[in-house]
Ligand binder design. Structure first.
Ligand code: IPE
Ligand code: IPE
Ligand code: MG
Length: 237
């Protein structure tokens, strides 16, 4: 199972407490840490977290710097924890606009955890789904229309990820906004979407368990009709 999360609401969480936005992002990083562990315990195969979109570069410079400082520290501490829990860490998105220290840290975290197999944790940084789709198309020159699944392989290559983990089963967005903000557009073609009012720093293991429960009640059809009805409708059924 692949769960993708748009971790939104750090700024509003901080504002409600009269704190600055950076404090909200620190609280958000703590929440992410707890959810990574909860997901691994619950047998999630892949967890993709949206940490920084390509549009987030347009935020005030101090906030951008704080976010990247937090990310660098997060990668350092998270790598050790991932090794301890056999979680493979992978950063998806563009790398050409990241500074060389961060790039080196990303490569090191990925190499160290490459053989970990319990869960695949993907962190989306400088990520734009439209960019990935366009870049994969540009590299291929023609998009293989017969095989959307095949295209995922090329997208994964652009994103520095791997194709085995591409299709999203459940997309969660916190903080009440009901939009995708350029996250995994192709990969969410048949994802179940779950929009929650909870602000990201308040999203804890209980909320995560509730989200999984909600997902288990959804009926996924992929364009078909439910299996029992299908059997009844077919000749001899
Ligand atoms: C999500 O929280 C974190 C990032 C986008 C990096 P926001 O910072 O978007 O929080 P709100 O939406 O302003 O509350
Ligand atoms: C999406 O949240 C990006 C991340 C959570 C990293 P934003 O807060 O940037 O999205 P918009 O601006 O509300 O669409
Ligand atoms: Mg936001």
């Amino acid at each position: 199972m692949h769960i993708a999360i748009i971790m939104d609401g750090n700024g509003r969480w901080a504002a409600r407490r009269n704190l600055n936005r950076q404090a909200g992002h620190r609280a958000g990083a703590r929440a992410a840490d707890a959810i990574v562990r909860a997901a691994a315990r619950r047998g999630v195969d892949t967890l993709t977290l949206y940490a920084f979109s390509s549009e987030n570069w347009f935020r005030p410079q101090p906030e951008v710097e704080a976010l990247f400082g937090l990310l660098r520290r997060y990668l350092i501490t998270e790598t050790d924890r991932c090794l301890g829990e056999s979680i493979r860490l992978n950063v998806i998105g563009r790398r050409d606009r990241l500074n060389s220290t961060l790039r080196a840290q990303i490569e090191q975290s990925e190499q160290l955890t490459a053989a970990c197999s319990r869960m695949h944790l993907r962190i989306a940084v400088d990520y734009s789904s439209r960019y990935s789709i366009m870049e994969a198309g540009r590299r291929l020159q023609t998009i293989p229309l017969s095989a959307p699944g095949d295209y995922l392989r090329h997208l994964a290559e652009v994103d520095h990820s791997d194709p085995a983990t591409a299709e999203v089963d459940l997309l969660i967005r916190t903080a009440g906004e009901k939009r995708l903000s350029d996250f995994l557009l192709w990969e969410c073609a048949y994802a179940e979407l779950l929009f929650l009012d909870c602000l990201w720093p308040d999203f804890d293991e209980t909320a995560f368990a509730q989200a999984l429960e909600e997902y288990s009640r959804r009926q996924r059809r992929f364009g078909r009709i439910p299996a029992a009805q299908d059997a009844a409708e077919r000749p001899g059924g």
